[in-house]
Ligand binder design. Structure first.
Ligand SMILES: Cc1cc2nc3c(=O)[nH]c(=O)nc-3n(C[C@H](O)[C@H](O)[C@H](O)COP(=O)(O)OP(=O)(O)OC[C@H]3O[C@@H](n4cnc5c(N)ncnc54)[C@H](O)[C@@H]3O)c2cc1C
Length: 601
């Protein structure tokens, strides 16, 4: 089997890091505790291991194609998509009122991980559909919700996110697509969108594009942007499909990775539909609040892209372990009669442990964040809801930026473990590396996540929220230091040092931003990385403490629990110390980032 879902680690993390037991008792979460999680995860694993994962390589060699405006996806994708939809997976986290299952995000998150580990290209279609559903749930009218969401949950239709234009990438203030108001309250859209994931395909009978566009006379900049529903086929009152709308796929891109995911150039108002000139669109919510609504979709999508990072990292790790067990090369450095499997060489072990620790660290931080999102929605206590919302919003750019950056490192190590075979396409190790490379770019590059993290989430309140978080990290460190187990004590000491580095970086960031805001932003991505390292180590330390207590209580599966502690110790020994160097660079080094005159580059 090319992918085996790490259900044991997922359930352990849900229980001890995300606190699923308590979470399930919150109103509206239907007692969805560990038993539910186990049943759901096992079912999800079956679909992804047996049906979706085998299509990953097929998609790489037989990508989506475009002929006469029609996109054909990789052979097998349509059947797999039907199985996914019929299994009810699209509605897992969405409310029962619109046909979903209303499960906590904490349970939905490992399912998102499995789907993406199985096949990143395939998973993008449900990922964007989830985002469209979420945006409609938050900002759509009741009629819009009833009309468009249930068919998306049933998998009959899919959703897209249309932001990017040739001149408007990171800077959406430059969006030019025009929306012209009509007498009947609808709009006609004209313009070009690029890089639209699953902008055209043959997996479903209709595609619901959510499009950012500018109404006539709207002000310049982001305040002039509104959000529109533009269905590929218009939808009649009774829900049946009507005329072909004036939105067309002009081309699809040839890419480094995720080749099976069609990335479309879409033309709005090209004039050859059945509706006359201009794509018919319907505004969502208020005029001028489009970006705000799109952010709802983007936050959901950013978190999910972070999970793509965890997922592809885990898949690469599994493949590397399997290769390292089989490949025999060189004698053991401590002596052996013949060549040994390369997993016995210390440097290969270092690579595998790095891959494992980064992946488990990012997974635990993401599940912790998902639980915060659930508490923000379902806690009966308003103050707790506000606190958890702030925590989730702080963590989203880290889950996105950090998990995707590390996925490039992990998949690259995966290639290295394979030696020359890693560079040869047949093994598949290279595909994970190529596929992972997009993750730090779309849904906002790492720099855009880091700008959000330092601007809105750190500097705006003078570092108050982050300081509280650092205190919480220190509390876990104290608990670990007090342990009678020397490994846990060592983890605690390193975690405490990581918390100090975080505090030093925060202080440096605030000081340099006061002196010159550009100096503060020069440290934005290093700050995000430092936050990712410390907060992941925090969650791994909590997991190690829980594993230690379980072992002391005589819990079964001592090997698994022992492995949790060793992985946390490796993270603390080998990865966490990087935070000291990053903190130094942030507090002492911002000057040299901008010092060289532009002309001298
Ligand atoms: C395969 C693929 C799928 C995609 N899918 C979608 C989709 O479904 N829908 C959609 O709307 N878009 C999609 N995109 C577009 C994607 O979100 C953009 O490519 C991304 O936001 C970056 O924009 P850009 O390519 O114009 O790069 P630019 O914005 O030109 O950025 C270039 C570089 O400048 C840096 N930079 C820019 N601004 C800043 C800043 N303020 N501070 C620091 N650094 C900065 C960036 O970090 C980057 O390193 C997709 C792109 C690809 C390649």
């Amino acid at each position: 089997m090319s992918y085996v879902a790490p259900i044991k680690d997922m359930l352990f993390t849900l229980e001890h890091v995300a606190g699923l037991g308590d979470l399930a008792r919150l109103p509206g979460l239907g007692e969805s505790g560990l038993d539910t999680a186990q049943a759901v995860l096992e079912e999800c694993a079956r679909l992804n291991q047996d049906v979706v994962a085998p299509l990953n390589r097929v998609g790489d060699v037989q990508p989506a194609t475009l002929h006469d405006g029609v996109v054909r996806t990789t052979p097998g994708f349509a059947d797999a998509f039907r199985a996914y939809a019929e299994g009810g997976w699209q509605g897992l986290q969405h409310p029962e009122t619109v046909g979903g299952q209303g499960l906590p995000k904490a349970i939905g998150t490992p399912c998102v991980e499995m789907l993406n580990a199985a096949n990143l290209s395939f998973a993008l279609c449900p990922l964007l559909t989830d985002g469209a559903i979420e945006a409609l749930l938050t900002a759509g009218s009741e009629i819009q919700q009833q009309r468009y969401i249930p068919p998306m949950i049933e998998g009959r239709w899919t959703g897209t996110m249309n932001l990017t234009e040739p001149q408007a990438g990171s800077d959406l203030a430059q969006v030019r697509t025009r929306a012209v108001a009509q007498a009947d309250g609808s709009y006609r859209l004209f313009g070009q969108k690029i890089y639209i994931t699953y902008g055209e395909h043959d997996l479903a009978e209709n595609i619901i594009h959510l499009v950012l566009a500018r109404t006539l006379d709207a002000p310049e900049g982001v305040k002039g942007l509104s959000l529109f529903i533009v269905p590929k086929f218009l939808v009649n009152e009774d829900g049946s499909l009507g005329s072909r709308n004036d939105v067309w796929c002009a081309s699809i891109e040839h890419k480094l990775g995720i080749k099976a995911s069609p990335t479309a150039v879409l033309l709005y108002g090209d004039g050859h539909g059945e509706v006359g000139s201009g794509a018919v669109g319907y505004r969502i919510g208020d005029e001028g609040r489009g970006l705000e609504y799109m952010f709802i979709m983007m936050n959901a999508a950013r978190f999910a892209v972070g999970m793509q990072g965890v997922a592809v990292a885990d898949r690469a790790y599994q493949k590397a372990v399997s290769y390292a067990r089989d490949r025999e090369q060189s004698r053991d450095v401590a002596g052996s009669p013949a060549a040994v499997p390369i997993i016995r060489h210390p440097d290969v072990r270092r690579m595998l442990m790095t891959m494992r620790a980064l992946t488990e660290g990012a997974r635990s931080l993401a599940y912790f964040a998902a639980a915060a999102c659930d508490r923000a929605h379902h806690s009966p206590d308003a103050a707790e809801r506000a606190r958890e919302r702030a925590l989730y919003e702080f963590l989203v750019p880290i889950v996105k930026g950090w998990s995707t950056e590390l996925s490039i490192e992990v998949t690259s190590l995966g290639v290295q473990v394979h030696g020359g075979m890693g560079f040869i396409e047949e093994t598949g190790a290279a595909q994970f590396y190529r596929d992972a490379r997009i993750l730090t770019i779309y849904e906002g590059t790492t720099a855009i996540q880091a700008n959000d993290l330092i601007g809105r989430k750190t500097l705006r309140d003078g570092g108050k929220f982050v300081s509280g978080l650092i205190d919480a990290v220190r509390a876990t460190a104290r608990e670990a230091i007090a342990s009678s187990d020397p490994t846990i004590t060592r983890i605690g000491r390193q975690l405490d040092a990581g918390a100090s580095a975080f505090a030093q970086a925060l202080e440096g960031l605030i000081a340099s931003s006061r002196a010159d805001i550009r100096a503060g932003f020069a440290g934005s991505v290093p700050y995000l990385k430092l936050a990712g390292l410390v907060l992941s180590a925090w969650q791994l330390s909590r997991a190690a403490l829980a594993a230690c207590s379980s072992l002391e209580a005589g819990a079964p599966d001592a090997a698994f629990l022992g492995a949790k502690i060793i992985t946390a110790a490796f993270f603390a020994d080998h990865l966490l110390p990087q935070t000291a160097a990053i903190a130094l660079a942030i507090s002492e080094g911002p000057g040299s980032v901008m010092a060289l005159d532009e002309a001298l580059f």
